[in-house]
Design a protein around this ligand. Structure first.
Ligand code: THU
Length: 154
């Protein structure tokens, strides 16, 4: 009798590059402006040349105007001259340490499309909690059959 397989893949081994991204995402998460959801998110992108660009979620009293951490990180990357995402770490969890923080903070649908603009199908997307990376997906796993710049011949 064999044991049941685990419900989700084990966390990937942390590489130095991922550890650096995790630290940058964690610092950005500490600056999140999320007084309405009290759900703090930080994201950090590594570009192929080794640049690191981080962002946090930025909520607004007019709720729909809030911005996800991934969008903030992409804005920082573009402002810094970056055009490609080599990998990204996203850390999301409630601000309240007593709250259930076990959920995976996978990017929302809109952010999957935002990431797709600068990613390849194999780009790793590391989803983390405050303690570390919990799961890694590829861009294509999160947004299969996607529409991107190549559809417009760019
Ligand atoms: N949020 C992100 O910043 N990234 C995600 O991947 C999921 C959700 C933010 C949006 C909002 O400020 C808060 O988390 C709760 O949805």
């Amino acid at each position: 009798m064999t044991a049941n397989p685990p419900a989700s893949p084990p966390p990937p081994a942390a590489t130095p590059a991922v550890a650096g991204l995790f630290a940058a995402a964690s610092a950005a998460r500490g600056q999140a402006h999320a007084p309405y959801s009290r759900f703090l998110v930080g994201a950090a992108i590594r570009t192929p040349d080794g640049g690191i660009f981080a962002g946090a979620n930025v909520e607004n009293a007019a709720y729909p105007q809030g911005q996800c951490a991934e969008a903030s990180a992409i804005g920082a990357m573009v402002a810094g001259g970056g055009k490609r995402i080599a990998e990204i770490v996203i850390i999301g969890a409630p601000a309240d340490p007593a709250a259930d923080a076990s959920g995976l903070c996978t990017p929302c649908g809109g952010c999957r499309q935002r990431l797709r603009e600068f990613a390849t199908p194999g780009t790793p997307i590391h989803v983390a909690g405050p303690e570390g990376v919990r799961a890694t997906f590829t861009m294509d796993q999160l947004l299969p059959f996607s529409f991107g710049p190549d559809n417009l011949s760019f």
